[in-house]
Ligand binder design. Structure first.
Ligand SMILES: C[S@@+](CC[C@H](N)C(=O)[O-])C[C@H]1O[C@@H](n2cnc3c(N)ncnc32)[C@H](O)[C@@H]1O
Length: 282
C-alpha cells in the first residue's frame, strides 16, 4: 500500500509564513519549527487542506479579524501565567504606592496601571488586588487596570475571571477570601470589586505606539519579551516608555532584558526585580 507522505513546512515556504504571522505579532523565529508546523497542520486538518500553500492562500483570502485567523493566532501563543507570579515586583508596587503621594493624598487621585501581555488575566488581577489593598483606606483614590494581549481566548478567560482553585495557591488566604467568590466544582471568580477595575482589550504590542491608552502610573511587562528578537526589545520598551507618566513605574522580568537603557528612566534597586521610574521632569 502506498502512503501519502506528510506535507512538510519546507525551508522555502518558511519565510512567507514568518512574514504573514509577523503582521499579527507572532515571531516565528522564537518558536520551534515543529510547534509551528503542528499548529498549522491542526488547522489544515480542520479545513481539509493537505498542502501548506493551499491553507496559506485560504488565510490570505480572509479578513484579518476572521474567526480562522483568531483561532490560529491563539493556538500559536503561550499563555502560561500565575497569580502573584512575581512577589518581589508586587512588593515594589506596594512600596511605590505607600511612599507616593497616593497614601496621603487629600485631593482626588487616580492610578492607571497596564498589564502589557496579560494572558488569562492573573497578572492584571494580582495588580488590582495589590492596589486595592494599599489604597482602599483612602477614598480620594480611584484606580483602573488596562489588561492587553493578542490572544482572544486568553482575554475571554480574563474577562470572566473564573479560575480553578489550583491556580489560586500563590495568593495569601486572607486575600483569596477577600477578593474571590467560591463557585461550584472547585472554581473561584474574582469579586466584582476587582473585576470592575480591570478593562481587557486586544492589542498587539508592536502596534501600541499610537494606542489611546493614556498615561500609565504603573506598567508591568513580564515574561513576554522572550517571544521577540533582541532587536525588537528596544522598540517595544521605548514604546512602553511613551505611555508611562512622569514618576511612573515600569516593571520588567529580570531574565527578559539585556542592555537597554532610556534617558527618561532611572533604574530602581529592589531585590530580584528589574524596574525603572520615569524621571519627574521627563
Ligand atoms: C507567557 S504569557 C505572560 C503572561 C504574564 N505577563 C505573566 O508574566 O504571567 C505571554 C503572553 O504574551 C502574549 N503575546 C505574545 N505576542 C504578543 C503581542 N505581539 N502583543 C500582545 N501580546 C502578545 C501571548 O498571547 C501570551 O498571553
Amino acid at each position: 500500500m502506498k502512503l501519502n507522505p506528510q506535507p512538510n513546512l519546507s525551508a522555502k515556504n518558511y519565510p512567507m509564513w514568518a512574514e504573514i504571522l509577523e503582521e499579527f505579532g507572532i515571531f516565528t523565529d522564537t518558536i520551534p519549527n515543529s510547534f509551528l508546523e503542528t499548529r498549522l497542520r491542526m488547522r489544515m486538518r480542520v479545513h481539509g487542506f493537505d498542502d501548506f500553500h493551499h491553507y496559506y492562500n485560504y488565510l490570505k483570502s480572509l479578513h484579518k479579524n476572521s474567526m480562522e485567523w483568531r483561532v490560529l493566532i491563539d493556538s500559536l501563543t503561550v499563555n502560561e501565567t500565575r497569580f502573584f507570579r512575581d512577589p518581589d515586583s508586587l512588593s515594589l508596587i506596594e512600596k511605590f504606592l505607600l511612599s507616593n503621594q497616593y497614601s496621603l493624598s487629600k485631593t482626588q487621585h487616580s492610578i492607571h496601571a497596564w498589564s502589557v501581555a496579560c494572558a488569562t488575566g492573573e497578572e492584571a488581577y494580582s495588580l488590582a488586588i495589590i492596589i486595592d489593598k494599599n489604597t482602599r483606606a483612602n477614598k480620594n483614590i480611584f484606580f483602573g487596570i488596562t489588561a492587553t494581549d493578542i490572544s482572544h481566548s486568553a482575554l475571554t478567560t480574563g474577562k470572566q475571571g473564573i479560575y480553578h482553585k489550583s491556580r489560586l495557591t500563590n495568593i495569601p488566604s486572607y486575600l483569596r477570601t477577600k477578593y474571590f467568590i467560591p463557585l461550584d466544582d472547585d472554581f473561584y471568580q474574582t469579586k466584582l470589586m476587582v473585576r470592575n477595575r480591570v478593562c481587557f482589550s486586544r492589542l498587539n504590542v508592536l502596534q501600541a505606539k499610537n494606542a489611546p491608552l493614556g498615561k500609565m502610573n504603573i506598567i508591568v511587562c513580564q515574561n513576554f519579551l522572550i517571544y521577540f528578537n533582541l532587536d525588537k526589545h528596544s522598540l517595544i520598551l521605548d514604546t512602553l516608555v511613551t505611555h508611562l507618566a512622569p514618576g511612573g513605574l515600569l516593571i520588567l522580568s529580570i531574565s527578559d532584558v539585556f542592555n537597554w537603557a532610556h534617558p527618561a528612566l532611572e533604574k530602581i534597586n529592589h531585590e530580584n526585580t528589574l524596574a525603572y521610574r520615569r524621571k519627574a521632569d521627563s
